[in-house]
Design a protein around this ligand. Structure first.
Ligand code: SF4
Ligand code: SF4
Length: 495
């Protein structure tokens, strides 16, 4: 469960941006009003609701209700204009009711704002309110900023991307206001007065400029990354050519060169591209860099082993696969599980190649500890147990492999053969019967099943399968002779 959570630094950044920056820029409920889809839904429902904050007697317009409202509604003005709060931002938390010294406000029932004559929609104002044009600008800015921030450097999760996109869009609006307006105040700080910037205005201008630069830079990095990844996916699907390969390498290298961070997965993908392009040396350099930063990167370590084997260094290849089984981690959303399996299989095969059956057995066993019940590892373990004369272990491995998705005909064939070798005919029988059911037209299988029945004393069944076998393959001398030999034999069933 924990491995799916963002790293601590990202969690802290998310908390800081969502908890402080966005509240400072957009007000304490800015996220609810500007970004949250539930906020939008409740805002619409509110316009149909008769339960409202209403004015019940004369009001001195002291403004304490507005001051108390954390939804940034100009409560005193709404009460004066409409006799109730019509703004859909109202959460009915009654803070204004408590704050009113005249006891002039309370919760009551009135005609819903949507059905009132002269619907006040669009006339809402507040300390953080924006014009329709600014809202549109923010919406477009948000939609552009979202894909720029989402997944940036493989670090930015959805919620943080939403918050960053919202803050960026709002700062752009603030920058636009700073340019256009002759006087501007924000959060009690005078930014501009008589067409000239004040110290606060300079500070905000620099902050906005930095945000613009960061945004443009991030957009460039993200564009190179996404374009590179797109071609990478095409190459993985076998739908790209050499020109695409060069283009993908260029995009990846550009993103890594200009980026503030170099994510390990991007470097790993670039290493794969260089390998495909035939530049194994560059590929190895990149993979070593990935492993320096993340020694548990199972995919990088497996590939490094493969590259070592390709240049004839079996010892180095075995060391990498061995280390993968020690340090490699199964990380969700990657092919690390498959790479751990392949490392165990490759290491086991390398041991088998030098007749080190014990080493091979240990490699498969370590693989099964990391990836329990993996069918390929179970099959390899079964085959090795068979080669080592451990028949019971072989049966156990093949049996488990069969239950975990290994190819059924191959597993049943192995199991039937093993049981017959051990003289466990009754255990071999269901596997052979299933094999015949899977492929009723296989004359060889018919012969074996007939022979098994004959050994078990079921003459009629042996005759039945051998007869079918001869029909399927009239040239099969072996079956013909077996059938001929059986004909005069007295049957057990007849006795
Ligand atoms: S706090 Fe009460 S008296 Fe003051 S403006 Fe609001 S409603 Fe009027
Ligand atoms: S009920 Fe709460 S949200 Fe609504 S106007 Fe009063 S203080 Fe603001």
């Amino acid at each position: 469960m924990w491995r799916n959570l963002p790293p601590p630094e990202v969690a802290v950044l998310t908390f800081f941006v969502c908890g402080f920056v966005i509240v400072y820029l957009l007000g304490s409920r800015g996220f609810c009003f500007q970004a949250c889809p539930y906020g939008a839904l409740f805002g619409i429902a509110d316009q149909l609701a008769p339960g409202r904050i209403v004015l019940t007697k004369d009001c001195s317009q002291c403004g304490l209700c507005t001051k108390a409202c954390s939804s940034d509604i100009l409560v005193h003005r709404e009460l004066a204009q409409h006799g109730m709060v019509t703004n859909p931002r109202c959460l009915k938390d009654l803070d204004c009711v408590t704050a009113c010294p005249e006891k002039a406000v309370r919760f009551g029932f009135r005609m819903p704002p949507l059905f009132r004559k002269g619907h006040p929609m669009g006339a809402y104002g507040g300390r953080f309110s924006t014009s329709v044009g600014e809202d549109l600008f923010m919406a477009i800015g948000f939609l552009i900023a979202m894909p720029v921030y989402r997944g940036l450097y493989d670090m930015v999760p959805f919620l943080l991307a939403v918050a960053l996109a919202l803050c960026t869009a709002w700062l752009f609006v603030l920058g636009w206001r700073l340019l256009r307006k002759s006087a501007l105040q924000f959060r009690g700080i005078t930014l501009k007065m008589d067409r000239s910037l004040r110290p606060g205005g300079y500070a905000f201008s620099i902050a906005i400029l930095l945000v613009v630069l960061f945004f443009v830079h991030s957009a460039l990095v993200q564009a190179h990354t996404l374009l590179g990844k797109r071609v990478f996916a095409l190459m993985a699907a076998g739908r790209a050519d050499a020109r695409n390969l060069n283009s993908a390498i260029w995009h990846y290298e550009s993103a890594l060169r200009i980026g503030l961070l170099a994510p390990v997965d991007r470097r790993f993908e670039l290493a794969s591209l260089f390998n495909q392009a035939g530049d194994r040396q560059r590929s190895e350099e990149l993979l070593r860099g990935v492993l320096d930063d993340d020694p548990s990167h199972a995919e990088a370590r497996f590939r490094l082993g493969e590259l070592a084997l390709a240049r004839g260094d079996r010892e180095q290849a075995m060391r990498q696969w061995n280390e993968n089984l020690t340090f490699g981690k199964d990380q969700s959303g990657t092919r690390s599980r498959e790479m751990l399996t392949r490392s165990a299989l490759a290491l086991g095969a390398a041991h088998e190649a030098v007749a080190d059956l014990q080493g091979a057995s240990a490699a498969y066993a370590r693989g099964l500890t990391l990836v329990p019940d993996d069918a390929d590892l179970l099959v390899a373990s079964g085959a090795l147990a068979h080669r080592s004369g451990r028949m019971d272990d072989a049966v156990r491995f093949f049996d488990k492999a069969l239950r975990n998705g290994a190819p059924e005909p191959q597993m049943r064939n192995n199991l039937a053969a093993l049981h017959m070798q051990q003289g466990h005919l009754e255990f071999a029988l269901p596997h052979l019967e299933r094999l015949v059911a899977l492929d009723p037209n296989d004359a060889r299988l018919r012969y074996t099943l007939g022979a098994l029945h004959a050994r078990m004393g079921s003459r009629s069944k042996a005759v039945e399968h051998w007869s079918v076998g001869i029909q399927l393959d009239p040239a099969d001398e072996r079956t013909r002779q077996a059938l001929a030999a059986l004909q005069p034999m007295p049957s057990n069933e007849a006795r």
